[in-house]
Design a binder for this molecule. Structure first.
Ligand code: SF4
Length: 420
C-alpha cells in the first residue's frame, strides 16, 4: 500500500477543492458552527483486541485479581459510571459519550453471561473471562446503559465493535442487541471503530476487529432499532487515497439505505505512542494538506450527510479552525473528560468551555450555535452578549458555565505549566 505524499499534491488544485467544499458547506448548512455540551465517560481500558493504532487499551490480563504488577488502566462499575454522569448532568451537560475497551467480562446481560459460561473454551472461543476473575466487575452492557441514563441525558454509546462484543458467541441480531440497549437508555450509536472500511487495511491495523461487512451490518442494526448514528474515518496510517475514497463510498451508500447518520467525523491518526509507530510500520500521521482535503472531500462526496465534524482534539485549535473553511460545520463538544486521545499522545487539552467555543468560532467570522446531540435543537449565541456562556439545552442546563471561574483558572494554570 502506498501512502500519498505531500509532494504529490498540486497546491492550486488542492485550494480549488477546499474552496468548492467551503461553498458547498455554506449552501448546505450556512454559517453556523455547532457544538454540544458533553462528557466522555469511558468505562474500561481493559481490552485484548490489540489494534495496532491504539494506545487506549491495557491487556485485560493485568486487571485479573491474581495478576502481579500494577497498571494505570481503569474499570468503572455501573455505580461509578452513574456518579460520574450525574455530576456532569448537574453541571448542565446533556450528552454522555461512552466508548470502552472490550473487557472480556463484559456481556450484554445475564442471559449472555450464561451462554458464554457454557462454551467449552470461553476465552479462546469468545474472548470471555468471567467477572469474578477481575478486581472490578464492569457489570453488563445493559447495566452500564441503565446507570449512565441519568435525568434525560442523551446516551451516545455502543460502537459496532462493542455491539459485536455484546453478542459474541450467540446468533442474536444486531438489531435485537441494540433494541435491548435502547430499552436500557441508549439513544444513539457512535460509528467509530470504522477506521478504514477496506479489509486489506483492517487486516494490518486491527486484525482482531470485525470486518467491513460486520461494521455495516451493525450500523444497519442500530438504525433498524430506531437509533441515530454517526460515522467516522480514521486515516493517515497505512491507508492511501483509494482506501479513503472506498470508505466514503461505503458510508454514502449506507446513508442512502438508512438516512440515520447525523454527522461524519474524519479522525486523523495520532501516531505517537501507538504500536504502528513504535514498530516502524508508519513514521507519522497525515500532513496538514491531507487533513484539509479529508474534510473537504468528505463534504463534497457525502452529499447525503448534513454535518461534517472537525476535531480540536486531533488537529489542535489552529488547524481545526482552518478546517471550518474547508467544509466542516460542527466543532464537536466540551468533553469534560477525555482519555482516548490523551493516551495516544495527543496534547490538545481535555475540555473546551462555551466561552472558548464562542471566542474561537467568532474569531473566524462564523456563528456559534449550541446544539443537541441529534442537531434537532439549536441555540444561536451572540458573542456581543459578553458571557460567561453555558449550556441551555439540557435538563439541568440554565446557562451557567460548566466550570466555575476558579475551576477554569485552575485548568488554564495547569495548561500553562504543561506547555512550559
Ligand atoms: S481500538 Fe478499541 S478494540 Fe482496538 S485495542 Fe483499542 S480499545 Fe481495544
Amino acid at each position: 500500500m502506498t501512502r500519498p505524499s505531500a509532494a504529490d499534491l498540486d497546491p492550486e488544485r488542492k485550494e480549488a477543492v477546499l474552496a468548492a467544499a467551503d461553498r458547498r458547506r455554506a449552501e448546505a448548512v450556512g454559517e453556523a458552527v455547532t457544538f454540544v455540551a458533553n462528557l466522555n465517560n469511558n468505562v474500561t481500558t481493559a481490552c485484548n483486541t490489540g489494534c495496532l493504532f491504539c494506545n487506549f487499551k491495557d491487556a485485560a490480563r493485568r486487571f485479573e485479581t491474581d495478576h502481579d504488577g500494577s497498571h494505570d488502566g481503569f474499570t468503572k462499575t455501573p455505580a461509578e459510571s452513574r456518579a460520574t454522569v450525574r455530576a456532569a448532568v448537574e453541571r448542565g451537560v446533556y450528552e454522555v459519550c461512552s466508548v470502552s475497551g472490550l473487557h472480556p467480562a463484559f456481556a450484554l446481560n445475564d442471559e449472555h453471561h450464561e451462554v458464554l459460561r457454557g462454551l467449552d473454551s470461553p476465552a479462546s472461543e469468545a474472548n470471555y473471562t468471567p467477572p469474578e476473575r477481575y478486581d472490578t466487575d464492569p457489570g453488563t452492557y445493559v447495566e452500564q446503559m441503565r446507570a449512565m441514563s441519568v435525568d434525560g441525558v442523551h446516551l451516545h454509546s455502543m460502537t459496532p465493535e462493542e455491539a459485536y462484543h455484546a453478542r459474541r458467541g450467540t446468533d442474536w441480531s444486531y438489531e435485537a442487541v441494540y433494541r435491548e440497549l435502547a430499552d436500557a437508555g441508549l439513544n444513539s450509536a457512535p460509528g467509530t471503530a470504522a477506521e478504514i472500511l477496506v479489509d486489506e487495511v483492517r487486516e494490518v491495523i486491527c486484525p482482531g476487529k470485525i470486518g467491513t461487512d460486520g461494521w455495516i451490518e451493525a450500523m444497519e442494526g442500530a438504525m433498524a432499532a430506531g437509533l441515530d448514528a454517526t460515522a467516522t474515518i480514521m486515516y493517515g496510517h497505512v491507508d492511501n487515497e483509494m482506501h479513503r475514497a472506498m470508505h466514503l463510498k461505503r458510508v454514502r451508500d449506507l446513508q442512502d439505505r438508512t438516512g440515520g447518520i447525523t454527522e461524519f467525523v474524519p479522525l486523523s491518526f495520532v501516531h505517537e505512542r501507538t504500536p504502528l509507530y513504535r514498530h516502524g510500520v508508519v513514521d507519522g500521521g497525515a500532513t496538514d494538506a491531507e487533513d484539509e482535503l479529508m474534510i473537504a472531500v468528505s463534504r463534497l462526496f457525502l452529499d447525503n450527510v448534513e454535518n461534517i465534524q472537525t476535531s480540536w482534539v486531533k488537529y489542535g485549535d489552529a488547524k481545526a479552525l482552518k478546517t471550518l473553511s474547508c467544509g466542516a460545520n460542527d466543532f464537536m463538544g466540551t468533553i469534560l473528560s477525555e482519555e482516548i486521545t490523551k493516551r495516544a499522545g495527543g496534547s490538545f487539552g481535555e475540555f473546551r468551555s462555551f466561552d472558548d467555543y464562542v471566542d474561537l468560532i467568532a474569531s473566524v467570522g462564523r456563528i456559534p450555535v449550541e446544539r443537541s446531540t441529534d442537531y434537532r435543537r439549536r441555540r444561536r449565541i451572540d458573542p456581543d452578549d459578553g458571557g460567561p456562556f453555558g449550556p441551555t439545552l439540557g435538563p439541568n442546563a440554565d446557562g451557567t458555565p460548566l466550570l466555575s471561574k476558579r475551576e477554569r483558572a485552575e485548568r488554564d494554570g495547569e495548561a500553562a505549566t504543561a506547555d512550559d
